[in-house]
Design a binder for this molecule. Structure first.
Ligand SMILES: C[S@@+](CC[C@H](N)C(=O)[O-])C[C@H]1O[C@@H](n2cnc3c(N)ncnc32)[C@H](O)[C@@H]1O
Length: 212
């Protein structure tokens, strides 16, 4: 087992993990199999999986991050926590589950403002294709509302993101909701979270036969 004190560490994950967990405990009571997109350090998964023991928690990320995620999983092993699958949003399908079962929820934290808009579009498309009716896409992060920043700290964060990568930046919640609708994902509960973040819960709605 790796010395947990030496693991690559995200202070933001440490700060927000309890607040996110409370929402997941509420929203995922009836769910069984989650795919996490952009697992990052793996800290969230190592905390959420043991606290959501009814779920199978599948991590994923681009390959460069796998060694960090695995290090966290080695330090905090849990039987319902799965080693990262390689998943880059530039591809055309979600990674297949190692359990052979379908995911009924997709969770991602702090990714939409990092990736280009075309990859945000791909995330919604792929999640909608993979999720069953009533499956949930759960998104945590900062959002703008009505075209405005929700705080001065989000504004300076957005400017720093765009300076580093012009295709990144905090997304408008309204654009996300329109994109979701295009993929038959409808906005359900919304949660205001600490540090000017939010959680948006999208649910896959049943399509009428004529639409298929
Ligand atoms: C700011 S980190 C967030 C990590 C973690 N979810 C958290 O909340 O701390 C953004 C994540 O998006 C992932 N990412 C960036 N580009 C990606 C892509 N093209 N496909 C999939 N994941 C990507 C990064 O590897 C990283 O894990």
């Amino acid at each position: 087992m790796q010395d947990a004190g030496r693991l690559p560490f995200s202070q933001a994950c440490e700060n927000n993990k309890d607040a996110i967990l409370k929402v997941l405990q509420q929203e995922l009571q009836e769910y069984t199999h989650v795919l996490e997109v952009g697992s990052g350090t793996g800290q969230h998964s190592a905390y959420f999986a043991p606290n959501l023991p009814h779920l199978q928690w599948q991590t994923s990320d681009v390959i460069d991050n796998h060694h960090i995620i695995k290090a966290w999983h080695n330090a905090y092993p849990t039987s319902n926590l799965y080693a990262p699958l390689t998943f880059d949003l530039r591809t055309d399908a979600l990674p297949k589950s190692v359990t052979g079962k379908l995911y009924d929820a997709v969770f991602t934290a702090n990714t939409l403002h990092i990736i280009a808009w075309s990859l945000v579009e791909n995330l919604f498309k792929l999640a909608a294709e993979a999720l069953p009716t009533n499956g949930k896409l759960i998104i945590y992060g900062p959002f703008n509302e009505n075209g405005h920043y929700t705080s001065a700290s989000n504004q300076s964060f957005d400017l720093s993101l765009r300076q580093r990568d012009p295709s990144s930046g905090i997304r408008n919640k309204e654009d996300i909701i329109i994109l979701a609708k295009q993929h038959h994902l409808t906005l359900g509960n919304q949660y205001q979270m600490p540090a000017n973040n939010q959680i948006l819960i999208f649910k896959k709605i049943k399509r009428l036969r004529a639409e298929e």
